[in-house]
Design a protein around this ligand. Structure first.
Ligand code: SAM
Length: 157
């Protein structure tokens, strides 16, 4: 089972890249992981956010593999505990057999079509994070889930 993470926007700061690389590297010991980083569309400050989100949405949807299980990151989505997320990942490995595609929006969020297409809307918290922080937290949680599935000591439950 493979993971593809589609992100809008770059990790601008060195510390963000370092943290994301650290958890991506750890996660890759358990799952093949591909991170697809798409450029942010410009022009949100001029007020045309829906057009911007539509253009970003078109480019994101092109990168979503048709048969994958699509998790869209959105603070209005469902919150999972780490052990619940591990269970969901484990279920998919045992019974679903689909690759997972995860999407993180850019500074203005996501085109509504992504929420409609999602198999699961996943919230990391009710608070809103920057897309960079959401990427780091998500990678850490996927790594944590992987260690839970293998009964490894990282989670310390
Ligand atoms: C700065 S946020 C966008 C906020 C935007 N105003 C909105 O309403 O979606 C950038 C992206 O990070 C992700 N994100 C931020 N906070 C999150 C949270 N608490 N749970 C899940 N994803 C989150 C989402 O994918 C979001 O599209």
């Amino acid at each position: 089972m493979k993971l593809r993470l589609i992100c809008v926007g770059k990790l601008a700061e060195a510390w963000q890249r370092q943290a994301a690389d650290e958890y991506a590297g750890r996660l890759q010991r358990y799952f093949p992981l591909e991170i697809v980083e798409l450029k942010e569309e410009k022009g949100g400050r001029k007020g045309d956010v829906s057009g911007l989100l539509k253009r970003e949405g078109d480019r994101i949807l092109e990168k979503v593999p048709p048969q994958s299980f699509l998790l869209v990151l959105d603070e209005r989505g469902r919150q999972f505990g780490s052990e619940q997320l591990a269970e969901k990942l484990g279920d998919e490995m045992l019974h679903g057999g689909r690759d997972w595609c995860l999407v993180i929006g850019g500074p203005y969020g996501l085109d509504p079509r992504l929420r409609q297409r999602a198999d699961q809307l996943l919230s990391l918290s009710k608070m809103t994070f920057t897309h960079q922080m959401a990427r780091i937290f998500l990678l850490e949680q996927l790594y944590r889930s992987s260690t839970i599935l293998r009964n490894e000591p990282y989670h310390n439950r």
